[in-house]
Write a protein that binds this ligand. Structure first.
Ligand SMILES: [Zn+2]
Length: 226
């Protein structure tokens, strides 16, 4: 529930900022998402299982006002925080309103798994994990997703990819895509894992159905060189 509310409110903030004469902060889509993410990580989640619950949630006026006040202050903090952070990997500006490609599409699920050292069973870090199709690196949805992905200590061996959608001919078209996870690092035996994802074409870009949001793999093991 809160995701929609926060996104809407953050967009309001940024839209207002864009109409101002002198600009106070960057209003690119990446900064919007960073602010929304900051806020969402700091508020209490709200889940609903029925339409009635949703209606009640939306009409509880008093609580709603309070929530808005909290949200506004969280968003202000988020903007301050995001604008102060240096993110050299990201070229701001340039990708304003990239035109959306036309569907239908085969949208990929998030592809995720976890690597362990096969000798001591510790989660891997510092290794580069690649996702390939026909021997070539698979393009990711955007620059927030890396391929190859470098495992870092905080994620404890977990990796994830989100491939860029492929064009389809019609909604409902089925396709099987053969993919490969490759790790080729010094000190470890070369690792290949082949798997297939089944996709069904949908009308819009990055539109996921309930069944295909995540493809998680069994645990994977790297063998140290002898
Ligand atoms: Zn920005």
């Amino acid at each position: 529930m809160m995701e929609d509310i926060v996104l809407e409110k953050v967009h309001e903030f940024f839209q207002e900022e864009e109409t101002r004469e002198e600009s106070g902060f960057c209003t690119c889509s990446q900064c919007r998402m960073d602010v929304a993410c900051y806020v969402l990580n700091r508020i209490k989640p709200v889940y609903m299982i029925s339409g009635r619950g949703l209606a009640y949630f939306q009409t509880d006026y008093k609580e709603r006002l309070q929530r808005e006040a909290d949200l506004v202050s969280q968003i202000r903090q988020g903007i301050e925080h995001v604008m102060a952070a240096k993110r050299p990997h990201f070229p701001h500006e340039q990708e304003k309103e990239v035109s959306m490609p036309k569907g239908p599409f085969f949208n990929f699920p998030h592809i995720t798994g976890r690597f362990f050292n096969s000798v001591n069973f510790e989660p891997m870090c510092g290794v580069k994990i690649s996702l390939l199709e026909n021997g070539k690196l698979v393009k990711m949805v955007d620059f927030n997703w890396q391929n190859p992905y470098l495992c870092v200590p905080p994620t404890a061996g977990i990796f994830s990819f989100w491939p860029y959608p492929k064009s389809a001919e019609f909604v409902g078209q089925k396709s099987q895509v053969e993919l490969e996870i490759l790790v080729d690092e010094d000190d470890y035996e070369i690792f290949h894992h082949y798997f297939t994802v089944s996709l069904e074409a949908r009308g819009s870009f990055l539109e996921l159905g309930s069944g295909d949001r995540v493809h998680s793999m069994k645990d994977l093991y790297l063998n140290p060189d002898k």
